[in-house]
Design a protein around this ligand. Structure first.
Ligand code: MUC
Ligand code: MG
Length: 380
């Protein structure tokens, strides 16, 4: 038996390559809660959890993720059989309500440790991968149409992305439609254009906005209205000419079942963090598949560890109708993996090797560690 000996957490603060403008916040950096689970046989499992814009996107923050893990999850798991991942999930779910990102960060590390000890990728623990590469969207969110167009052109030219998600909802519907139209016209059918409103629209704004987006030729709108009323989301989905995707609305299998039962959305943004771990995210995909709802591999703008874990899971899903947006590491100014995840030919590629298939660059981790005393050298 390989026991869980110790669980360690570290917060890293890494600048983004540019301001990432969402309806509720502008991100200049991403804070990553890195988890290391140390097992009695010497093996180590890696995990990661991120929120977006502190607490502005959802109820968890980097600090709450760290506290939930250190004060509530770790005492439950230390000394337990490291191979009993399902037992750990059940124990944690019973004692820790909510906090899906914190639970997921630890669960990733447990699957990673198990895969490493068995010498198999995590995908194999979920039945095996059916694809090694997945289409990957890029989010255009500089806040300026011209900059977004230039960014998209570069992504298409370098064959990195041809699916673009535009962040809207901060400005008026009219201004947002002009912005989306400018980008769609510039790219002229060479890319799939989608939008994410991040809950910003009222029901009336959503009706107007969705009609305008359909006229422009946008393929999909993500979370147009605030979460809570499935009846309201369903009313929009029923009359919309473009696909409606549920994102913030989905916090695990029970929410997925409720959305599916109401036919409140056409597509699920499946996020391993928001779902409360790989296991529950796989159940969300199963509910979506059974209900005939389209699937999309979503992100919380995670760095390489959680992105690799998500790739492992999404590689096992039968239909990924809308591809993925697992571009998180590319939004960061620096890479914390020893070997970065590969992005080319409009796809993210599944890392090779046991567990989630990635290792850390120890120096980078140390450099971005929160609270680390940075030595400033005077320039003469
Ligand atoms: C979200 O709302 O989907 C995913 C991509 C991105 O740019 O923001 C996130 C969060
Ligand atoms: Mg979203």
């Amino acid at each position: 038996m390989s026991k869980i000996e110790r669980i360690e957490t570290t917060i890293l603060d890494i600048p983004t390559i540019r301001g990432h403008v969402l309806s509720m916040t502008t991100m200049m950096a991403q804070s990553i809660v890195l988890v290391r689970v140390r097992f009695s046989d010497g093996s180590v499992g890696l995990g990661e959890g991120t929120s977006i814009g502190g607490m502005s996107y959802g109820p968890e923050s980097p600090e709450s993720i760290q506290t939930a893990i250190e004060s509530y999850i770790t005492p439950l798991l230390e000394g337990r059989d490291g191979n009993d991942v399902n037992g750990a999930i059940q124990l944690v779910e019973k004692a820790v309500r909510g906090n899906p990102i914190a639970r997921c960060a630890v669960e990733i590390a447990l699957w990673d440790g198990l895969g490493r000890r068995l010498g198999v990728p995590v995908a194999q623990l979920f039945g095996g991968s059916v694809r090694r590469a997945m289409p990957v969207a890029w989010t255009l969110a500089s806040g300026r149409s011209e900059t977004d167009i230039a960014e998209a052109e570069e992504m298409i030219a370098t064959r990195r992305h041809d699916i673009f998600k535009l962040k809207i909802g901060k400005r008026s519907v009219r201004d947002d439609l002009a912005h989306v139209e400018a980008i769609a016209r510039a790219l002229g059918g060479r890319a799939s254009i989608r939008v994410d409103v991040n809950q910003a629209w009222s029901q009336t704004e959503a009706r107007q906005g969705l009609a305008g987006l359909a006229a422009i030729g946008v393929a999909l709108a993500e979370q147009p209205i605030r979460i809570g009323s499935l009846a309201a989301l369903r009313a929009l989905t029923e009359r919309s000419d473009i696909a409606i995707m549920a994102d913030e609305q989905l916090n695990g299998p029970a929410d997925a079942l409720a959305v599916a039962a109401e036919r409140a959305a056409d597509v699920f943004a499946v996020k391993i963090g928001q779902s409360g771990g790989l296991k529950r995210a796989s159940e969300v995909t199963a509910i979506g598949e059974a209900a005939g709802i389209g699937l999309y591999g979503g992100t919380m703008l995670e760095a390489g560890v959680s992105t690799a874990a998500a790739l492992q899971l999404f590689s096992t899903v039968a239909r990924l109708d809308w591809g993925t947006e697992l571009f998180g590491p590319l939004l960061l100014k620096d890479e914390i993996l020893a070997e970065p995840i590969r992005y080319h030919d409009f796809s993210a590629h599944l890392p090779e090797g046991p567990g989630i298939g990635v290792t850390l660059d120890a120096e980078k981790v140390d450099y971005y560690r929160r609270g680390r005393a940075r030595t400033l050298h005077a320039v003469s």
